[in-house]
Each structure stands twice: as C-alpha cells, then as structure tokens.
Ligand binder design. Sequence first.
Ligand SMILES: C[S@@+](CC[C@H](N)C(=O)[O-])C[C@H]1O[C@@H](n2cnc3c(N)ncnc32)[C@H](O)[C@@H]1O
Length: 228
Amino acid sequence: MEAFLPFYGRRKGRQLGNTSKRLLEELLPAYLVPDNTSEPSKLFTNNPRKLYLEIGFGGGEHLAMVAKNHPENAYIGAEPFLNGVSSFLKYCQNEALKNVRIWPDDIRLQLSSWPSECLDGIFIMFPDPWPKIRHSSRRIINKDNLAAFARLIKVGGSLRMASDHASAKNWILSGMLENPYFDWTAERPDDWNVQPHDWPETRYMRKALKEGRKPAWFDFKRVLVEPS
Ligand SMILES: C[S@@+](CC[C@H](N)C(=O)[O-])C[C@H]1O[C@@H](n2cnc3c(N)ncnc32)[C@H](O)[C@@H]1O
C-alpha cells in the first residue's frame, strides 16, 4: 500500500558527473538502509548511544556535521534527490563517517516497519514549503506524518525543524501546536530567531540568508500523553 505513496519532489537534477556516479555505484551500497528495516539501530556497529533521523537532508551539510560532531550517536538520513545523496556521500568518504546510513527515497516508505520509540529525534531542515492550500497534503508536517513521528520518537526526544518560508513557518507551528505529543521548547523570541549553536547550516539556509529571508528554528520535545 505504502509503495504507492506519491512523492512530489525532484529525484534527479543536473547530470551527475563521473565522481558522483562512482560514489552512488560504489559507496552508497555500504551505507544503504535496506527495505523494510525492522531494527534501525542494528544497522550500526558503534552501539550508538542515540539514534536520529534527518528527513530531506538535501546536500547533507547538516547531517554530515552532526554525525562528525557526535561519533557516539548514529544518524539515518533520507533523501530521494540523487544529486543530494551523491553530495552527502562525498562527506561520508572525506570524513570516513561510520555512524550514518542512507535511505535514498521517500522516508514514508520506511517508517511503518520501524519499532515504536526507536528514535531520539528527527531533524527536518528547510522542508519544501508547499505554500498553496491545494498542496497542503504534500507538506511534511501533516496529521499522518506527525502521528508516525510521535510513535517513533521516545518520550523526551526531539523534533527539530527550521524554515525560512513564511507560509511553512505557519504550517509547521500550527500543525505542531495542535498536536498533543509535542511541546514547543521556546521560552523567548531568541529561541526561534537565533540559530542554535549545535544546528549546522545547510545549503537552503545559506540561500535564504543570501536572498534576505530570515530562518526560524523550531525545537519540539516529545511528551508523554496519558490515555484519557
Ligand atoms: C527544500 S529542500 C531542503 C534540503 C536541505 N534540508 C537543506 O536545508 O538544504 C527539502 C528536501 O526534502 C526532501 N524531501 C521531501 N519530501 C521527502 C520525503 N518524504 N522523504 C525524504 N526526503 C524528502 C526533498 O527531496 C528536498 O531535497
């Protein structure tokens, strides 16, 4: 059933150069998350202290940096855009990253086979904004995806997002604030207006700043909801 989920983003961009093709052919297999993975933490040999997922890692700048800064943790990155996957593989090669795995496709195809509370957090940096109401079902923060994220993130874990797009900032906040499984950790405007020191920048963030758009940073905590 899930295999027919429509994906509206790009899977390919400019033609891949020989280095990118070689990385996809030769290096990607060592990093791949298999279909229908049932124990994502078992994909790693470093006995990870914590396991995180980044959805839509783009060129992989953020994912590479958090993985490099935290060798004690493990990170799964999902990105269907092959040019982005090959860019991230360059970091994997240059930094000899051992604590990352890659799902080069729509993350929704994986989530239902993962066990509840298997993640310490999810990152979604600069999601596609889909500003038109008729495209709202394509937004990554929607009821179905939030229910899946709430099932997968441990109580006390985090869902971190950033966006520079006015409409996306609104739908992120309104979707999150009406969801009982997540609490917004912000206490003052600087908590969403200032880039936290441990959130590495991304390509879309750099583009936004260059074009004069101000990003917002959202950090939500997964909370316990007592059955009523
Ligand atoms: C606007 S780009 C941001 C890329 C990167 N995070 C950055 O900040 O530079 C959004 C990315 O999310 C990816 N994406 C969208 N829906 C996705 C899904 N269901 N699963 C995995 N990735 C997805 C797209 O392919 C795209 O590369």
